[in-house]
Design a protein around this ligand. Structure first.
Ligand code: COA
Length: 277
């Protein structure tokens, strides 16, 4: 297949609270074309506020998670249109990565294979990341004459110690799954045949928690990194007060009651039962 329809560049299904979203250009190793970028934003929009979606998992069809930006359709073809073409394509990509960074639901990157260059944008956008041991991660940009743009340099510096990030960007050598986990690019690396099961297990644990609280917490983790301690303290007060307003289930009072009065659970050992008072 050489020219996949825009609507077919991303696939998804929702099963038991989990939206399984896939880059769907396996014949091109799921590299991100303008079509794919537009379709991914549509899919994210469609899923974000659905009541039957509590966790979104992003993986890739075939042997790749994503081979980064499409050198032909994202770089060469849009450059041919001049600055306007380039900026337009950049905005289409960066827009869905940003949407994913601040997504209403918890997001998990399930990295099932190749993950290169521009793929680091969505990798970082996902709140958690799990990969298969045979996945390969690389900032391949240096190998074809550009710097790691599209946020990729920032991702490496955010997630890795400086010396490792510098080596990774300058050498263009790939990391295996376990190496990526040791470097901090992903939470865990597991054998390929266990990846889906492990991600499902994590997703189930998340689904049992208060979804509004998860959203407030993931935003807090991303935001406080750029704040002074004092500003973070204040932000967290405000964020909790906003959560008190948004959480119509009044989760914290249920949690307190179930621990202090009913003695049905211990917060240090498990999560409260959000389905009972
Ligand atoms: N941009 C455009 N096309 C890409 C692509 C990319 N980033 N990655 C893969 N493809 C295309 C190949 O050109 C090939 O197309 P064709 O069948 O029309 O010839 C097809 O996808 C399959 O790729 P191929 O290289 O044959 O697969 P492979 O399994 O042997 O190798 C990779 C997989 C990912 C190692 C290799 O495709 C690769 O190095 N891709 C580029 C990765 C990269 O540098 N990305 C960073 C961009 S910022």
């Amino acid at each position: 297949m050489t020219d996949r329809a825009e609507v077919d560049t991303v696939s998804y299904q929702v099963i038991d609270g989990i939206a399984w979203v896939k880059f769907n250009r396996p014949e091109k190793r799921n590299c991100m074309s303008p079509k794919l970028n537009r379709q991914m934003l549509r899919v994210l929009n469609e899923l974000e506020f659905r009541d039957d979606v509590g966790v979104l998992v992003l993986s890739g069809e075939g042997s790749a998670w994503s081979a980064g930006m499409d050198l032909k359709e994202y770089f060469r073809d849009t450059e041919a249109l001049g600055l306007k073409g380039t900026r337009h394509a950049q905005r289409e990509a960066y827009t869905w990565w940003e949407r994913l960074r601040w997504y209403q639901k918890v997001t998990i990157a399930m990295v099932n294979g190749w993950c290169f260059g521009g793929g680091y944008g969505p990798l970082y956008s996902c709140d958690l990341a799990f990969c298969s041991d045979d996945a390969q991660f690389g900032l391949s940009e240096i190998n074809w004459g550009i710097l790691p743009g599209g946020g990729a340099t920032k991702v490496a510096v955010e997630l890795m110690p400086m010396r490792q990030a510098m080596y990774h960007a300058l050498l263009g050598e790939n990391l295996t799954g376990p190496e990526a986990a040791a470097a901090g690019l992903v939470n865990e690396s597991v054998p390929a045949d266990q990846l889906h099961g492990r991600v499902s297990e994590i997703a189930q644990k998340l689904l049992a928690k208060n979804w509004e609280t998860l959203k407030a917490t993931k935003d807090a983790v991303r935001r406080v990194g750029e704040m002074t301690y004092t500003n973070a303290e204040d932000y967290l007060i405000r964020a909790q007060e906003a959560l008190n307003f948004h959480d119509k289930s009044d989760g914290r009072h249920k949690g307190m009651k179930q621990f202090l009065d009913d003695k049905t659970f211990r917060p240090g050992l498990s999560t409260y039962d959000k389905n009972r008072d």
